[in-house]
Design a binder for this molecule. Structure first.
Ligand code: 5AD
Length: 333
């Protein structure tokens, strides 16, 4: 199923050597350990209108949902797998849902659990970032999608390129660990854009970054466009690791839509974070990034992928690892 690299890209042998070097570097810095985080997709309301994303506000055919606080409290108290050390709360850009659901949930998680708390909620008013940080979240995921200013504008990525960079810098300067990332294979993307994006992801004050393969969304202006090339995606993951030894790099479930062993290959190429989807099954299909037939990573699949990659599950949380790093950096300076 793996597609051949396009003309002008590196050979398969070179790609495999790159992946091996990247995996070895991950081992040196983190050991053969993979963080396991749960994700709950809390709301699919979104005020943005990204050309690549099925949750864009112009998609009138999508059933919008905001999970109930009671249901979520119940899920957190009784429905979390034991392996997860961190939990990520994710939404479209939905300030109402963030204030009314995410914020109280972060407070509850902080009071009742030891879980590290990540959030992926979009570009917000700085006061809302501050409130979330104060409530106990410490890891903010905010993707760049593309590191080229014109391309960013052309694909209607959130707000403006400048504002997105400003948000990343603000978050990093106010005590958040920030993770960003980009999408390989977006319509209009050139090889030079990928280089520019990798440069930018190395320069920004980040704790981590991701490489996601573009999968065309059914209900978007990009419907019907070709999906990302697998070899380009996996070699981008490896290069991201080689250039940023200390980054936390997630394996992305959509990789399994491009190659049967895509997720395992990502871990072998230096990824060190796996995600278990904990969104209630009734709502999963409506958290529409691209297709309704998502590749859902449940606990068994995550355990099996980590095992197949010859790795073990980290017992220390992402949040605690980052806290220790901050303390070490402060003591050193
Ligand atoms: N293909 C791949 N990734 C996508 N995302 C949204 N739409 C797509 C798509 N068509 C990713 C973006 C976004 C994250 C929540 O999902 O990176 O930030």
């Amino acid at each position: 199923m793996t597609s051949l690299p396009p003309p002008g890209s590196i050979s398969i042998d070179d790609t495999i050597a790159l992946e091996q070097r990247a995996g070895a570097l991950r081992d040196q810095v983190f050991g053969r350990q993979v963080f396991v985080r749960g994700v709950i997709e809390v709301s699919n309301f979104c005020r943005q209108n990204c050309n690549y994303c099925g949750m864009r506000r112009d998609n009138r055919d999508l059933r919008r949902f905001r999970l109930e606080l009671d249901q979520l409290r119940d899920l957190i108290r009784h429905g979390l797998p034991e392996v997860i050390t961190d939990l990520n709360l994710q939404t479209g850009e939905d300030t109402v849902g963030i204030r009314e659901i995410v914020l109280p949930l972060v407070e509850m998680l902080r009071e009742e659990t030891k879980l590290g708390i990540s959030v992926c909620l979009g570009t917000l008013d700085p006061k809302l970032y501050d409130d979330l940080r104060r409530a106990g979240a410490s890891y903010y995921i905010i993707k760049l999608e593309t590191g080229n200013r014109e391309h960013y504008r052309d694909i209607h990525a959130p707000g403006t390129y400048e504002k997105r960079l400003e948000a990343i810098r603000y978050l990093a300067s106010t005590g958040w660990s920030v993770s960003s990332g980009f999408i390989v294979g977006l319509p209009g993307q050139t090889r030079a854009h990928i280089e520019e994006t990798l440069d930018l992801l190395s320069e920004l004050p980040l704790a981590g970054a991701s490489v996601s393969p573009f999968i065309s969304g059914e209900q978007t202006p990009f419907a019907g466009q070709a999906s990302a090339d697998f070899a380009t995606t996996i070699s981008s993951i490896a290069r991201l690791r080689l250039r940023n030894p200390g980054y936390v790099i997630p394996a992305i479930s959509a990789l399994n839509l491009l190659a049967e062993d895509g997720y395992v290959r990502a871990i072998n190429a230096g990824a060190n974070l796996a995600t278990i989807n904990l969104t209630p099954p009734a709502n999963r299909e409506d958290y529409l990034l691209y297709k309704r037939s998502r590749h859902i990573m449940h606990e068994k699949r995550v355990r099996s992928a980590i095992e197949q990659a010859g790795c073990t599950i980290s017992t220390v949380s992402l949040a605690e690892t980052m806290r220790q790093r901050r303390v070490a950096a402060a003591t050193a300076s």
